[in-house]
Write a protein of this length. Structure first.
Length: 572
């Protein structure tokens, strides 16, 4: 059926639901909008589903949530692990609580027990709960840091990491085999009375999770000594981090934590920001003036599902600087490795895991401490997979994992990026700096002086709608057929095509890439510079990652600007 037929079908299928029919009727004469809503199903990939809220096949709504939930139940039954149940959490977004309850009731209707948190919880708490409850899977209703018109459906495997590509493909197959009328929920009272729905209160997972986070402290004595003197401003950006982050810091004795009042309470409209994204310096437009007012030296914020953390730090002149995800990652990595060295817990087989699009500065830092760096595809699930591999083989000891997109992890009991864990590490690193009479900003400058001036920039090229999807395919196909020989005067020395799994050098030699297939092209350039191009898995964008290294900050920034312009020209 084409989009017009699908539109008409929805009018018949949901004729008894006034709100849905009213919304569908409102676009009756808007062919472009109808096409965008009905030309395809909302995609389900390794990050689950994510989309704009609204009626339609290609939108986030109660009907697609039900369909995904029954598809998940079928997958778990086929795997023979459905009796262990599914843990379910949600953040502060519009309809998150409704979608979470519908997920639980559809699972219950299909014989899969649901463990539903009583109120909003962060992604890392859900990841922890999957393992803690020995559940077969987990679901979080969230669209992470997207604007307020979005919501999403993330699925976690039994190890607490997001579903891998093969499992996601299987779930997709089950979802696509289902029609909406087949995916109805169980009555809530019946689900509760029968034990198919269990509500998780604050004493069943949270306390254990916070205790686990506290055990990740690497300098507990220093934290106890300096913590009461450190002044912090924190913003949960209207999301789920407020309670766990503040609880963790309070229990560790970090008492001077000022929360941005306007952004403290959950609010799916995110009224104080364009998007609740701690990657964006604009997210701190209220936090930094507050920090100046209360005399804080550190500002940090977490996104609505509290898996990402952004940071601003004050230099000795009193000026605040917002940091990039790579800068934060290198500061935390340096703190983890140096602290382990000092307290005698740095193993000989230490491993650091980062995404392929994250800074190579991490490799230089890790080498200083004898740690091995592993590169994985973008998506924290691949870092989770490495943790599981290390756990099973014993060949390496996981020390730290990060992505340039503001995700960090130093423990192994959560298998996704963890904003609470990151908040602990940042606070501890700030206490170390304070004890040494310096600042985190100065610590960062010391890293640059020691390892070189790395500059990283991410450029997103938005290509919305059906035409945008095709254009993304055409751009990637064109670059595969005719890769550039140079960019901004820098020779391309090798091309990594993660779709084919082949790295091809300019001298014609080829080698295999040890990663799953992914639509990513990585251009290695002379003098340790590089550009990576990949379509986003969750948004209608192509992302360009531009990374340069020079002897000074000025030279590195200048080269990065030129290289970024050359990379964007490839999108024309």
């Amino acid at each position: 059926m084409d989009y017009r037929e699908q539109y008409s079908r929805w009018l018949k299928l949901f004729a008894g639901i006034p709100d849905t029919i009213r919304e569908l009727k409102s676009i009756e004469n808007d062919e472009k909008e109808k096409e965008d809503r009905f030309y395809t199903d909302l995609s389900f990939g390794t990050a689950g589903m994510r989309g704009v809220l609204g009626a339609g096949m290609n939108r986030m709504n109660i009907f697609n949530v039900r369909r995904a939930s029954k598809g998940l139940a079928m997958y778990l039954k086929h795997a023979g692990i459905d009796q262990r149940g599914v843990a379910i959490a949600y953040d502060s977004r519009h309809f998150s609580e409704i979608f979470a309850k519908q997920t639980a009731l559809v699972l219950a209707a299909n014989g899969v027990r649901a463990f539903l948190f009583e109120s909003l919880r962060p992604v890392p708490v859900l990841s922890y709960a999957v393992r803690h409850l020995n559940a077969a899977a987990g679901v979080v209703i969230t669209a992470s840091h997207n604007p307020p018109q979005y919501n999403g459906y993330k699925v976690y495997a039994e190890d607490g990491a997001q579903l891998g590509p093969e499992a996601a493909a299987e779930v997709t197959g089950y979802i696509r085999s289902l029609d909406y009328p087949e995916c109805l929920p169980m009555d809530e009272k019946e689900a509760l009375d029968s034990g198919m729905l269990k509500i998780i209160g604050d004493k069943e997972v949270d306390a254990d999770y916070i205790a686990m986070i506290k055990r990740l402290s690497l300098r507990p004595e220093l934290l106890a000594k300096e913590g009461p003197n450190l002044k912090i401003v924190y913003t949960p950006l209207h999301g789920s981090g407020n309670v766990p982050v503040r609880r963790m810091l309070q229990e560790l004795g970090v008492t001077h934590v000022t929360v941005v009042k306007e952004q403290e309470l959950p609010d799916g409209a995110f009224p104080t920001v364009t998007a609740p994204n701690p990657e964006d310096p604009a997210a701190f437009k209220l936090a930094i003036p507050l920090a100046e007012k209360v005399g804080a030296t550190v500002v940090f914020g977490t996104d609505p599902d509290c898996d990402r953390m952004g940071v601003a730090v004050k230099d000795k002149e009193g000026v605040f600087h917002t940091l990039t995800g790579n800068q934060i990652g290198c500061l935390l990595l340096s703190h983890v490795l140096e602290s382990r060295k000092l307290n005698g817990t740095l193993p000989e087989n230490g491993a650091v895991v980062k995404s392929i699009v994250s800074t190579e500065m991490a490799r230089a830092i890790a080498a200083d401490y004898g740690a091995t760096v592993f590169d994985v595809l973008t998506g924290f699930k691949f870092i989770g997979e490495k943790i599981q591999q290390f756990s099973e083989s014993g060949e390496y000891t996981f020390l730290f994992g990060f992505e340039e997109s503001f995700g960090y992890l130093s423990g192994t009991q959560v298998r996704d990026k963890d904003g609470v864990n990151a908040s602990l590490l940042l606070t501890e690193a700030a206490c170390v700096a304070m004890s040494e009479g310096t600042t985190l900003y100065d610590k960062l400058q010391e890293l640059y002086k020691k390892y070189g001036y790395y500059t990283e920039k991410v450029v997103s090229v938005t290509l919305p709608g059906k035409d945008g999807v095709q254009k993304m395919k055409d751009i990637m196909a064109g670059l595969r057929e005719n890769p550039p020989k140079e960019l901004a005067g820098l020779s391309v020395v090798a091309v990594r095509d993660y779709q084919t799994g082949i790295r091809k050098a300019t001298d014609g030699t080829e080698s295999k890439l040890d990663t799953p297939p992914s639509n990513v092209l990585y251009f290695e350039l002379q003098d340790n510079n590089w550009v990576c191009i990949r379509p986003s898995g969750t948004e209608p964008k192509i992302k360009l990652y531009v990374n340069t290294k020079e002897e000074t900050a000025e030279k590195s920034a200048e080269l990065n600007k030129k290289l970024g312009e050359a990379a964007q020209a490839l999108m024309a």
